[in-house]
Write a protein that binds this ligand. Structure first.
Ligand code: GLN
Length: 536
């Protein structure tokens, strides 16, 4: 039977609960247990697909096309697993199901209420997630902070669920902040005590506390927290700020967090195998070279908007013992050719990531032109491929003002356009080409060498596509279409053979990179950047 671990947050948001959930997942996996992780997000959007990245950070996409919270990216990367729609539950999706059922008359005349109908639907999502692959452990993280009105139905559902399945089968971990007052040199436990009191007032007594702190936790604070929050002293776990998120599992392991979790849930301890992870952290902490990669995007003020891209770059760096510095370039600041040089003269590689809307597009095209002409390794992701096609069409094939119809509906040369079947779609939720699709790779290309495979699966999230009307012309000018859908109709990867590394893809490889298994296209970029910087 699956054991359930509920993770809530207290005092403030943005505590890194997702990393803690993912780290605990890793520690359980490293003991040979199977683990799934589910995120409960209290907002009313059905999924984050319609939210601005400024609001919410990146939209992570699963194999099945689910548009989810970015924490699912951490879960997949830390536990090296594949999650799905059922792993991300929002209030919006819960209400939608309940209201649809009501409209169909499925409640047989009952008054539909928060309890039992909304809480019942939340509980059924827990069951559904645990039915998928029957994991030994299901970790469920509740977004937001204890005390938020929005998350109450989730907390109530968890309270009911815990009593229904028997208390020995689940536990509650509360993650909070210990503020440090430099003037008195003290760590303050009071906000955490209050937060636990609020959680208790909802009927949940946590069995474990994880304290986010800048400075190490002393014996006194530990004892105080254990006493006032009714938690075993060994279950007061400190989680200091770390240089790398990948160090967190090892830090938690040192404090016997997993053993304590197993003990609480009555599961027999198993010996962990963390050798690979320790090697990874060693490589992270002992780089022998540094690279600077420019990331030219639109949402650069919020680094979370490109979190999977940044992590993928780092993963490819880890493999090469290279520290990757990201140089954020707001593409709308690139107005003149001189701006490009100013921003890019010192970079070793360039990425143009995914995005939507016209703002900053001309800047991206200038950045790509610079990469192409100066043989700076380039990786284009989704919009970054569409822009590479536009740049090539304009500046190499002479199609003046070529564009995507996303940015200019009346462009004379619509080198990127909507597919016929997309043209009649009216709504915005989950209407893009989403999720995993196969891609056939042409032999003897950079993509083929990178993947070492002729058929791959990659995740998509876009509406627009390369326009095949221009295929022959662009190919005749030197563009190589190195990956297509198996029927050959959709261009999925393009490259320029005369450059050392100029590869762009219509899909999002960043969703499949793992710290111990970097994605081939990111590795291709980083290898080329290393070669350029150190082998000259
Ligand atoms: N805006 C482009 C499209 O919809 C690219 C999307 C993306 O980069 N994810 O096709």
């Amino acid at each position: 039977m699956t054991k359930y671990i509920f993770i809530t947050g207290g005092v403030v948001s943005s505590l890194g609960k997702g990393i803690i959930a993912a780290s605990l997942g890793r520690l359980l996996v490293s003991r040979g247990f199977s683990v799934s992780i589910q995120k409960f997000d209290p907002y009313i959007n059905v999924d984050p697909g319609t939210m601005s990245p400024f609001q919410h950070g990146e939209v992570f996409v699963c194999e099945d096309g689910a548009e989810t919270d970015l924490d699912l990216g951490h879960y997949e990367r830390f536990t090296d697993s594949y999650l799905s729609q059922i792993n991300n539950v929002t209030s919006g999706s819960v209400y939608q199901t309940v209201i649809n059922k009501e409209r169909k008359g499925e409640y047989l005349g009952a008054t539909v209420q928060m309890i039992p109908h909304i809480t019942g639907e939340i509980k059924s999502r827990l069951i559904l997630a645990s039915k998928r692959n029957n994991p030994d452990f299901l970790i469920a993280e509740v977004g937001g902070t204890i005390g938020d009105i929005e998350s109450l139905p989730f907390i109530e559902a968890i309270r009911q669920f815990r009593s229904e399945i028997g208390y020995q089968n689940s536990m509650s971990i509360h993650v909070t902040l210990l503020p440090y007052l430099p003037t008195s040199g003290e760590l303050k436990t009071k906000p955490s005590q209050h937060s636990v009191n609020v959680l208790r007032s909802y009927g949940i007594q946590p069995e474990m506390l994880v304290l986010r702190t800048q400075v190490p936790l002393g014996k006194t604070e530990r004892e105080k927290l254990a006493l006032f929050c009714s938690v075993n002293k060994d279950s007061v776990i400190e989680c200091k700020d770390m240089k790398s998120i990948y160090e967190v599992p090892l830090y938690l392991e040192k404090q016997n967090m997993t053993s304590q979790v197993l003990k609480t849930l009555g599961v027999e301890e198993k010996e962990p195998n963390l050798n690979d992870w320790e090697n990874l952290v060693y490589r992270i902490n002992n780089p022998n070279k540094e690279l600077t990669i420019a990331l030219a995007g639109k949402y650069t003020e919020l680094n979370d908007a490109y979190i999977s891209v940044v992590e993928s770059l780092k993963h490819a760096g880890f493999k090469n013992s290279a520290k990757i510095n990201i140089k954020w370039i707001a593409s709308e600041d690139i107005l003149q050719d001189e701006d490009v040089k100013k921003h890019l003269a010192d970079v070793d590689g360039i990425v143009v990531p995914g995005g939507f809307g016209v703002r900053g597009i001309e800047g991206k095209l200038k950045v790509i032109k610079y990469a192409r002409e100066n043989n700076v390794p380039y990786l284009g992701l989704c919009l970054g491929m569409q822009c590479a096609v536009i740049e090539f069409a304009r500046n190499v094939a002479g199609l003046n003002n070529a564009n995507s119809t996303e940015f200019d509906k009346n462009s004379e040369y619509k080198v990127v356009d909507l597919l016929e079947e997309q043209k009649n779609i009216a709504g915005y939720g989950a209407t893009m080409r989403l999720g995993s699709y196969p891609c056939k790779i042409m032999p003897e290309t950079k993509a083929n060498h990178a993947y070492n495979s002729e058929l791959i699966l990659e995740r998509h999230r876009h509406r627009f596509e390369f326009n095949n009307q221009y295929k022959d012309l662009l190919i005749s000018k030197g563009l190589v279409i190195s990956g297509t859908s198996p029927d050959g109709l959709l261009a999925e990867i393009i490259e320029l053979p005369q450059n050392d590394w100029f590869v762009a893809c219509q899909f999002h490889p960043e969703f499949k990179s793992r710290p111990q298994n970097p994605h081939p296209l990111f590795l291709g970029l980083i290898n080329a950047a290393i070669k350029r910087k150190f082998d000259l």
